[in-house]
Design a protein around this ligand. Structure first.
Ligand SMILES: [Zn+2]
Length: 699
């Protein structure tokens, strides 16, 4: 074996190694021209040909594969973890100015410290994910999120897929580069539609993407990176403009809009030569720059949320130094109003009726759009991690329409250096170990006190069992006195005995008892959707019943057989949801509750007249559920055959499941026939069906 392999293996010649190096250099040059400068030098086809040639050489000579090759941007299917990494350069946030006056005050304050009027560099403040790229001798070693400023998460595998991040620099610098990862607005709109508009803004989608576990998925989102600060290990450049020019030479994309200003208007020719696109001038030009950017912000291809103004001279920066958490030599002029800015005091978790656990930030009360907000949702752990939120952080809070206020972003990290908030391991209400399903954590204990409480409120509410006189206050009263703990208790309370309590008159308890009694006549579909079983909302209950699962026992049987296929075949219910529903239906705690409710005569079977797909007629097909598939000679269209079944008292459904009793199979019956055979259903041919109908009419 090993001999055969050896003879197959090619030894890379010096020529091949050279060609690979040449191809990489050429591809890098074209990537830079295309992605950074936006001026392709060759056609896409020519580029693809170079890329394919390199890929095939690397496949033939694996010993020549190198991690900084342009072919290593496609990402992988390996699950990434994002270990915490300490930053070796300062990753501070900037002091904020909310008016032009505050910006002027910054300039006055800093220029006082200088011998001659200093240069200021102004850049659009891109609204994306802050990132630090660490290069060693020109090779990208690590990409780390901002984190708390001292420790961030290593997201290198994902950042490598971004075309505007050079994997290898044009010069062998050891440098840390700070920048912003953004998603252009137009691409955001298009992608977000595909994700069901799950993301509030491009920044959230970019941040969510960077935390995908599979870098191959990241590679499919057109993220971009703009560099704005460089910390070189050797030969530091004396100014920010020189640093930016060097970053540009190294292959980075700089902010498209730059301004370089001085109070006396004197900007050297050298600066103008190094940064040919920069706007230059004195304070009047700077004011115009700020005005223009503010006015045009909505029309820019990327979201921006302000303008950053920095001292150019690194020596002066050094002299100005830092406060505890901000450099004194820079300021962020912010567009957004500070109205929604507040501080996170603590984070609590709430258990919902399905057991889903939601983190809620308790913030210092802040007025937003006329209301005082002190509780703000954080959705789930992923969202918290995306925000990199810790207790003590200053956050921006928004309200969109009637939606619960949400934390939009961290404006300022806490001073104590607290790390990102973590979901507790156990349910705060019942101490069951929380389980993670997708993005959310769940308390899986159906009898969890908090969860039961939420279930009770849901069960009696409008849209569910709608128990008119058992409102939230009365229910809370019963819960507080231990009379109601779980749903069946509602039907076991002696309401007449409540007259002993203040506020419960004869008339009131009479109405209460009556409305509880009356709720027993709610149809099965309402009872089922009111139980608060995860995934079983009104729409899904409807789908199940229409598909032939007409009683709780039908559903329990499907659960006992783990008949995922039958549920998954119903349009609107996927395989995963089907498996989740069946797992819920197998739980003992649920079955005990159903048994108790049955004793109180709640409905667990769909009455015939409740369903649209069935017929009230008595006939030969009564009690049977038919599915019709294939094409027929006597029944064109085949809905005529379905009408015949219904005329005979049977039910018809569109999909084969274990709830079906008969499959009427015409010619060319395909997957439904195979499935019915697998499930062991009675299969009836057109001929037999015609015979059945004849017998009926002659009877
Ligand atoms: Zn619990």
């Amino acid at each position: 074996m090993s001999d055969a392999r050896q003879s197959d293996e090619r030894v890379a010649s010096a020529d091949v190694a050279q060609e690979i190096e040449r191809l990489r250099a050429e591809i890098r040059r074209h990537e830079y021209a295309y992605f950074v400068e936006g001026q392709p030098l060759i056609s896409d086809q020519e580029f693809d040909a170079l890329f394919e040639r390199l890929k095939s050489l690397e496949a033939q000579y694996p010993e020549l594969v190198s991690s900084d090759s342009p072919t290593h941007r496609v990402g992988s299917d390996l699950s990434a973890e994002f270990p915490e990494v300490e930053h070796t350069v300062p990753v501070l946030s900037l002091d904020k100015a909310y008016s032009f006056q505050e910006l002027v005050a910054f300039i006055t304050r800093t220029s006082r410290e200088a011998d001659k009027p200093p240069l200021y560099v102004a850049e659009e403040k891109l609204d994306g994910v802050s990132i630090v790229l660490y290069y060693r001798e020109g090779r990208l070693e690590r990409a780390v999120t901002r984190g708390n400023g001292y420790v961030g998460n290593d997201v290198t595998a994902n950042v490598r897929t971004i075309r505007t991040v050079p994997l290898r620099l044009e010069r062998p610098h050891t440098v840390a580069v700070r920048g912003e990862i953004v998603l252009p607005k137009d691409r955001f709109n298009e992608l977000n539609r595909r994700f069901g508009n799950a993301y509030a803004n491009p920044r959230n989608l970019a941040a969510g993407t960077l935390r995908r576990v599979k870098s191959r998925e990241v590679a499919q989102v057109p993220l971009e990176m703009f560099a704005y600060e460089g910390y070189f290990e050797q030969s530091p450049y004396p100014s920010h403009t020189r640093t930016l020019a060097e970053l540009r030479t190294c292959g980075f994309r700089l902010n498209p809009r730059l301004g370089v200003f001085s109070d006396d208007g004197g900007v050297s020719e050298e600066v103008e030569r190094m940064l040919p696109n920069a706007v230059t001038g004195g304070r009047a030009e700077m004011e115009r720059f700020v005005e223009e950017v503010t006015r045009e912000r909505d029309r820019l291809p990327h979201e921006i949320d302000g303008i950053v103004v920095k001292i150019d001279d690194l020596g002066l920066r050094e002299a100005l130094g830092y406060t505890g958490h901000h450099p004194r030599w820079a300021i962020a002029y912010k567009f957004e109003s500070p109205a929604g800015i507040t501080k996170v005091r603590s984070v609590d978790v709430q258990v919902g009726r399905t057991g889903r656990v939601t983190p809620v930030a308790r913030v210092e009360p802040v007025a937003i759009a006329g209301t005082t907000v002190s509780n703000v949702t954080l959705h789930n752990q992923d969202y918290v991690e995306m925000l990199e939120l810790s207790i003590g952080d200053t956050v921006s809070v928004s309200r969109r329409g009637d939606v619960i206020p949400a934390v939009e972003r961290v404006v300022e990290k806490n001073e104590a250096g607290l790390s990102v908030w973590q979901m507790p391991e156990h349910c705060p209400s019942c101490h069951t170990k929380l389980e993670r399903l997708g993005a959310h954590h769940f308390c899986t204990n159906y009898r969890c006190p908090d969860r039961m409480r939420q279930q009770l409120f849901f069960f009696v509410g409008r849209g569910q069992m709608d128990i008119e006189h058992l409102g939230p206050e009365t229910l809370q009263f019963l819960i507080d006195r231990g009379m109601v703990r779980e749903i069946p208790d509602i039907y076991e309370v002696d309401y007449r005995s409540l007259v002993q309590y203040e506020g419960f008159g004869e008339r009131k308890v009479g109405l209460l008892a009556e409305s509880v009694e009356e709720s027993k006549s709610r149809p099965f579909r309402t009872v089922l959707a009111s139980l608060g079983i995860p995934e079983l909302g009104p729409r899904i209950c409807e789908l199940l019943i229409e598909a032939g699962f007409r009683s709780i026992d039908d559903l329990f049987r499907a659960a006992d057989r783990d008949d995922v296929a039958s549920l998954a075949a119903i349009p609107g219910i996927g395989e995963k949801m089907a498996a989740d529903i069946l797992a819920e239906l197998r739980k003992d705690s649920l079955r005990q509750i159903v048994e108790r409710l049955r004793r109180h005569e709640l409905r667990f079977t769909e009455a015939e007249h409740d369903a649209s797909a069935s017929s009230a007629t008595e006939g030969p097909f009564t009690g049977q559920t038919w599915c019709v598939t294939g094409s027929f000679e006597h029944f064109k269209p085949r809905s005529k055959a379905m009408e015949a079944v219904r005329a005979g008292g049977g039910r018809t459904v569109n999909d084969v499941s274990s709830a079906v009793t008969h499959l009427l199979a015409g010619a060319n019956a395909g997957s439904k026939l195979r499935k019915a055979q697998r499930l062991g259903l009675k299969i009836v041919s057109e001929e037999e069906f015609v015979e059945l109908l004849k017998r009926v009419s002659t009877d």
